[in-house]
Write a protein that binds this ligand. Structure first.
Ligand code: GRF
Length: 200
């Protein structure tokens, strides 16, 4: 499976996917990394791994649709058949979501459907939750919604700050995203009534 990864920043999840793809039995390869920001740290990570990169700045386009069409053109040009969003901080147009329907994953640092959106760590602590975690899901038009492929729960400790919780969740994200991508790439995930059924 040829994968394109969308990023906006640091790229630590991108790195976990690159590392997983480097193992010879991993059923996917990353052929393109697109960032909407030229200074995203993840671009350096991709270049160091010899992966093609493209900067598509949303500021260069008059509309969300035009920006998204340019990304789709770049992905198709690279023969991408599956998209992974990894810290990509733009809302996607309905058109982009439909073009890549059931062929796009996202990772989010909470146990969805709780805590969609931003400031998830502070909100989970504030709510007095005893666990949070991370979720990999198929992308749908509504932000942070879509069939859930895999989740990991992470305890929230009495003395957690948003930063300490974020760090503990991030460690789990780096295991979860490669795991979820492998399940999908091996053809073990079927979407039934907007729920993922995992074979074996
Ligand atoms: C991760 O916490 C991810 O779950 C969220 O944005 C963050 C991206 O971090 N969507 P990185 O760029 O992968 O290091």
């Amino acid at each position: 499976m040829k994968v394109g990864v969308l990023i906006s920043g640091r790229g630590s999840n991108l790195k976990s996917l690159i590392d997983a793809c480097a193992s010879s039995d991993f059923p996917a390869e990353i052929v393109l990394v697109i960032s909407n920001k030229a200074d995203a740290g993840g671009l350096e990570i991709a270049r160091a791994a010899g992966i093609a990169t493209r900067v598509v700045s949303h500021k260069d386009f008059a509309s969300r649709e035009a920006f998204d069409r340019e990304m789709t053109a770049a992905l198709k040009n690279a023969d991408v058949d599956f998209v992974c969003s990894a810290g990509f901080m733009r809302i996607l147009s309905d058109e982009f979501v439909e073009t890549w329907r059931d062929r796009q994953l996202n990772i989010h640092p909470s146990l969805l459907p709780s805590f969609k959106g931003l400031n998830v760590y502070a909100r989970a602590i504030e709510a007095g939750c005893k666990v949070s975690g991370c979720t990999v899901h198929f992308v749908r038009a509504a932000m942070d919604e879509g069939p859930i492929v895999a989740q990991t729960a992470v305890p929230i400790l009495e003395d957690d700050t948003p930063d300490t919780l974020a760090a503990r969740i991030l460690t789990e994200e780096h295991k979860l995203y490669p795991h979820a991508l492998r399940l999908v790439a091996e053809g073990r995930v079927t979407i039934v009534d907007e729920r993922c059924v995992i074979r074996d």
